[in-house]
Design a protein around this ligand. Structure first.
Ligand SMILES: [Zn+2]
Length: 436
């Protein structure tokens, strides 16, 4: 009797056709490209509608099953696994606190989501895409569990992923060895071991603070990375990385200061260090204190005055709106966050001669592509590296190459000034690459 096809396609989108709770034949876009999955969804939705017609299940709410906020909360409760808490926190912070959470699922249009993503301030494109993905998955779960039968508004054509910004080379997200020495001295002592260990061992912030004293073995010089904060790490694996000799004393200091605790870098109360502590601020303040300043912000402190100017120096200036009033100057470092210590580790290890493969292992990346994004190879360093290659081509060959001979040695028939015999001698005297 069922002759109609349950699944059909329009362009690149697969649609399903099924009878809803009111007995009407309806069609619905899916976000799968697997016809079998689409068919399964159609069968499930139709079976569910049939149960509803028979009164076995409550009918969907006429307002469209509540608001986006309700859906995100309900979906959050279904999450399990190591990232569940993090995902719920991201959703709470970026979706539930935004007015979009108050729209009902029926009101919500893809354009609302596009505007919402554009409206999210102060977070990276990657985080915006995480938020976008969470909303999309919530709708998929809603469809599977029968919470909501409308289309998923997170459609890749209507709500495109947010493009990841091009990395600005001038704003390199790592510190040079010279800057590290200065920042280390400028940091409050309690932050120095965290900083040094991060720069040597390329630890993520969560891995650093999840370290237990027993994870450090200074005899075998092995560091076990088994946790991120209090959970299993990102790649769900226990990893062991070597502790470089020069980094050992920093671990010794940390071990001494954490005596009596389980954690290597505990917070002031001995418990896990608070995730809310703005380590990026700690790092940036130390940079300013160390004189690593990108520019200076001069501002007026007179009540109600918003005058502010950016200057390359801290020269004393006065407010144009309040003649005679001196402006305050505040050093501003380049854009950098604590995660830059991991980029620093990758970059400096490669610059010090470690191969990309070794650094990939240290960063615990599964592909070289990931590692490549962490190694910022500046033109000045690259230039030096490229000096290492010597082909040893006889300079006489070079001299004889130009057709524009100097006036004194030019000859009319264009013959080379150098014969084979002399070129052989010169070739032997030509210095080899000094670095070999
Ligand atoms: Zn002023």
């Amino acid at each position: 009797m069922r002759q109609r096809k349950r699944v059909f396609s329009r362009g690149s989108v697969l649609y399903i056709r099924f009878r809803d709770a009111d007995g009407n034949l309806v069609r619905k876009a899916t976000n799968t490209d697997d016809p079998r999955k689409a068919e399964e969804l159609a069968i499930e939705l139709e079976a569910k509608a049939l149960r509803q017609r028979r009164g076995l299940e409550p009918l969907p709410a006429k307002n469209g099953g509540g608001t986006l906020g309700d859906l995100m909360l309900k979906w959050g409760e279904t999450l399990t696994g190591p990232s569940a808490n993090g995902t719920r926190a991201t959703v709470a912070k970026h979706v539930l606190e935004h007015e979009i959470a108050r729209l009902t699922l029926q009101q919500l249009r893809p354009s609302d989501l596009v505007n919402f993503l554009a409206d999210l301030k102060g977070i990276s494109a990657a985080t915006k895409n995480h938020v976008r993905g969470h909303i999309s998955r919530a709708f998929n779960t809603a469809a599977l569990k029968g919470w909501w039968h409308g289309a998923n508004p997170v459609d890749k054509t209507k709500v495109p992923r947010v493009p990841v910004e091009e990395v600005d080379e001038t704003e390199f997200a790592y510190l040079t060895t010279e800057e590290i020495r200065r920042v280390c001295a400028a940091l409050a002592p309690k932050y120095r071991p965290r900083f040094a260990v991060s720069v040597f061992c390329a630890l993520r912030k969560g891995e650093l603070h999840g370290l237990r004293r027993k994870d450090v073995n200074l005899r075998t010089r092995r560091l076990t990375i088994a946790r991120s904060w209090d959970r299993v790490p990102k790649n769900k694996k226990l990893e062991i990385v070597p502790i470089p000799t020069e980094c050992s004393p920093w671990f010794e200091v940390a071990l001494k200061d954490s005596e009596g605790h389980e954690l290597l870098f505990p917070g002031p109360d001995g418990k896990m260090f608070s995730r809310d502590v703005r380590l990026a601020e700690v790092l940036r303040r130390a940079m300013v204190k160390a004189g690593i300043v990108d520019h200076w912000k001069h501002y007026c402190r007179k009540h109600g005055c918003d005058h502010e100017e950016q200057r390359p120096d801290s020269e004393q200036r006065t407010c144009p709106k309040h003649p005679g009033t001196k402006l305050w100057a505040k050093g501003v470092p380049r854009t950098i966050n604590w995660h830059a210590t991991r980029h620093t580790a990758a970059t400096l290890h490669v610059q010090a001669g470690a191969s990309q493969a070794v650094v990939q292992r240290l960063l615990r990346h599964s592909t070289p592509k990931q590692t490549a994004r962490y190694t910022h190879l500046r033109a000045d360093w690259l230039g030096g590296e490229l000096e290492r290659l010597s082909l040893g081509i006889d300079p006489a060959i070079i001299d004889s190459t130009s057709t524009q001979q100097p006036a004194s040695s030019a000859n009319d028939d264009g013959e080379s000034r150098v014969d084979a015999g002399t070129s052989a001698v010169q070739s032997d005297n030509w210095p080899r690459s000094s670095t070999g």
